[in-house]
Structures are given as structure tokens and as C-alpha cells.
Design a protein around this ligand. Structure first.
Ligand code: PMP
Length: 379
């Protein structure tokens, strides 16, 4: 069987060093070797999130669990929370907030757009413990202005939670500088590791809010009271146990983070920007329209596009036959009219070209997309 190139918005292609870390013999979670691996991974995550004063939490689970960890530790029943909605995953955040007893106000946006800052400000002015924002909405490819929204939240003394699942590691993000109290992600996206790890980075103000809680955290597994001493122990290179860490996944993440650090965050963000621009030029030359309604709202980590007139989801099968797996639509309002391509992680220009060639083949075209991408890439 020929191997498909995986170009969905997560999981993504991962490097062979990262893959081979998964198949190393198991080590104990309190062995000196693993303590060093996990401790170093936690230390390095501060660089990845640009959060030198951040407290990382890494637990077995997916991005949704990371969302739940952020919410469960910060809101108490009856408190108000504002969600700046930019698509499917903001609504999931609103559901999780409600489940944990928050009174949620969702500030909606049209598909492909972000909510008006004035409307978010008005919602915060009515009083809120926190504002939740999705940095990149994976259903629409929309990039939210996190920095501006976090500044707005601070103005109204609200905490900010950023869902960075489809962003951290690929999309420029500076947690401390942008004053984002909690940011969360998962291992399978721009961190370029296999799925299975939930990651949360909390700045001091978030931990203070957690410590000032009156109500117990409703979920046992995600409670920071149990995880904080564990994370601190690994950071101090000491053994500790609450629940068994995903040893091989953490080793794989360690390998990936080593590569991310070797590249450097600025260079990594710049590479992702260039790859994304090349891909977007290619699909524009093929006549495909992006879902984000303005250029400034186009995410770097993925592209969401409308099918051209007369084309439907059968295009995905033809792209797959040409060797590349891309994703269908997800946002209910446009799911049948859109498809999505992830270009984050370790992807290079070769993968971008291969993907464009497969899309061209699927559309019965030849060369226009690849040529436009090449022109953009070469500058
Ligand atoms: N938030 C965003 C922005 C996402 O893209 C995803 C996954 N596509 C999630 C949350 C949920 O992550 P997971 O599927 O790993 O639970």
C-alpha cells in the first residue's frame, strides 16, 4: 500500500525520530531517565508558549480534556463567562463552561468572521470571571485577534483562556507578553507529535484565581490540586505519582520539542507563515475561495476553502486517490460546501506542492496551483 500524505488539521505528519520514540522499550514513570525527559519537556514548553513565568500541565488526554482542565479549575458554579465565538470549537468551549456551572454568554460571529470587539467588551462590562477565545478555529480556518481580546479582558478584570489547539507551535503566540492567563493545546497539531496528550499553560494570575476558589473542582482527573505537585516534582527532577503518565507519548513529545527548539520559535512561525502563503496562493490560482472573510483572519496553520461551483465532497476522494488525505468541512453551516487542509508541524514546501498537485488532479487541472505556490515561495 502506498503511504498517504496526511494533510488534515491534526493529527499531522510527524518526524521519524518522533515516531521511533513511541516504539522504544517502556521505562517506569519514576525512572531517572523518564524524570529527566518529562522535566525537560515541561521546561521547554515555556519556550514554546513564550510563557517564561508559566506553569505547564501535561496529562494523558486530547485537546478537549485540556479545555476541560482549563475550565474546571477556573470557573465556579454561577460565575459568568464570555465566549468570543469563531466557530465550532468555541461552541464546544461554551458547552464545557456550562457543564461546569458557568453562566455563559456567547458573542457570536458570522461564519468566517470573528466577533466585534465592541460586542465582546459590552459582554465583559456586564461582569465576567473569564473570556474564552479560540486562537485558530479549525472548522473555519479563522484566526482570532487574541492579543486584542486578552487586553480587553484585562480591562474588565476577566481572565483569558485561549484554546490554542490548532495554533500553538505554528501560529505566532506570546502568552506572557499577550497576557493570556491560560492557554491549552494538544500534542497532535502544530507540536507535531502523535495524539494523546493534553497540554495547559497557566500564568501566575490563573493559579492565584485557582487558589482563591471556594468550590472544589468538579472533576477529579483534571484538578490542579492533584497535578500541580506532580508537575513541580518533575520540574525539580524528583519522582512523583498521581496518575500514570503516557510515558512513550511524552518521550515522543520530548523529541518533537527538541526539534522545535532547534528551529527556534521565530523561525518556526516564519516558516509556517511562508508555507501557508504558498499554499493559499496555490489554491487561489485554482479559483478556490477561503472561508475567512478577510485576509487578516486567515490562519497560518490550516486553510478552509469552499468547493468551486459544480464541485462537491467527491473531490476529497479524488485528492485521496492522488495520494493526499485532506479533511472535509466541519462547521455545520458550511460543512457540505467546504474542505480543509492542515499545513502545520513538520511540513515543508514539498508536502505543500504534493497537496496542491493532488487538488489540481482532483479538479481536473494541471499546473496552475503549483506554479502560483512556487512563485510565492520563491518570492
Ligand atoms: N479546539 C480546537 C481549536 C481544535 O482544533 C480541536 C481538535 N480539532 C479541539 C479543540 C479538540 O481537540 P481534540 O480533538 O484533541 O480533543
Amino acid at each position: 500500500m502506498t503511504r498517504q500524505l496526511l494533510m488534515i488539521p491534526g493529527p499531522v505528519e510527524v518526524d521519524t525520530e518522533v515516531l521511533s520514540a513511541m516504539s522504544r522499550p517502556l521505562v517506569g514513570h519514576t525512572s531517572p531517565a523518564f524524570i529527566e525527559t518529562f522535566g525537560s519537556c515541561l521546561d521547554s514548553l515555556r519556550d514554546v508558549f513564550a510563557a517564561p513565568d508559566g506553569q505547564p500541565f501535561v496529562v494523558a488526554g486530547s485537546g478537549t480534556l485540556a479545555m476541560e482542565m482549563a475550565v474546571a479549575n477556573l470557573v465556579e458554579p454561577g460565575e459568568r463567562a464570555v465566549v468570543a465565538e469563531s466557530g465550532y470549537f468555541s461552541l464546544r468551549m461554551a458547552d464545557i463552561l456550562s457543564r461546569h456551572g458557568a453562566q455563559v454568554e456567547v458573542v457570536h460571529a458570522a461564519v468566517g468572521d470573528v466577533p466585534d470587539l465592541g460586542a465582546v467588551g459590552a459582554a465583559l462590562e456586564r461582569g465576567a470571571k473569564l473570556l474564552a477565545v479560540t486562537h485558530v478555529d479549525t472548522s473555519t480556518g479563522v484566526l482570532t485577534p487574541v492579543r486584542e481580546l486578552a487586553a480587553l479582558a484585562r480591562q474588565y478584570h476577566a481572565l483569558t483562556i485561549v484554546d490554542g489547539v490548532c495554533a500553538v507551535g505554528g501560529q505566532e503566540f506570546r502568552q506572557t507578553e499577550w497576557d493570556v492567563d491560560v492557554c491549552l493545546t494538544a500534542s497532535q497539531k502544530a507540536l507535531a507529535a502523535p495524539p494523546g496528550l493534553a497540554l495547559v499553560m497557566a500564568l501566575p494570575r490563573a493559579l492565584e484565581a485557582f487558589q482563591a476558589r471556594k468550590a472544589a473542582v468538579a472533576s477529579y482527573y483534571v484538578d490542579w490540586s492533584v497535578w500541580l505537585p506532580i508537575m513541580q516534582a518533575y520540574q525539580a527532577r524528583k519522582p512523583a505519582y498521581f496518575a500514570t503518565p503516557a510515558v512513550n507519548l511524552i518521550t515522543a513529545l520530548y523529541e518533537s520539542i527538541k526539534q522545535i527548539k532547534a528551529e527556534g520559535m521565530e523561525a518556526r512561525w516564519a516558516r509556517h507563515r511562508r508555507l501557508s502563503a504558498a499554499f493559499k496562493s496555490g489554491v487561489a490560482a485554482l479559483g478556490l475561495q477561503q472561508v475567512p472573510v478577510r485576509e487578516a483572519l486567515r490562519a497560518v496553520t490550516l486553510s478552509a476553502m469552499y468547493y468551486p461551483n459544480g464541485v462537491d465532497a467527491s473531490l476529497l476522494g479524488r485528492i485521496s486517490t492522488a495520494g493526499v488525505t485532506v479533511a472535509g468541512g466541519l462547521h455545520p453551516a458550511v460543512a457540505t460546501r467546504t474542505f480543509r487542509v492542515g499545513h502545520m508541524g513538520v511540513d515543508g514546501i514539498g508536502e505543500i506542492m504534493q497537496t496542491l498537485a493532488a487538488i489540481e488532479r482532483g479538479l481536473g487541472k494541471s499546473g496552475e496551483g503549483v506554479r502560483a505556490a512556487q512563485a510565492e515561495w520563491m518570492g
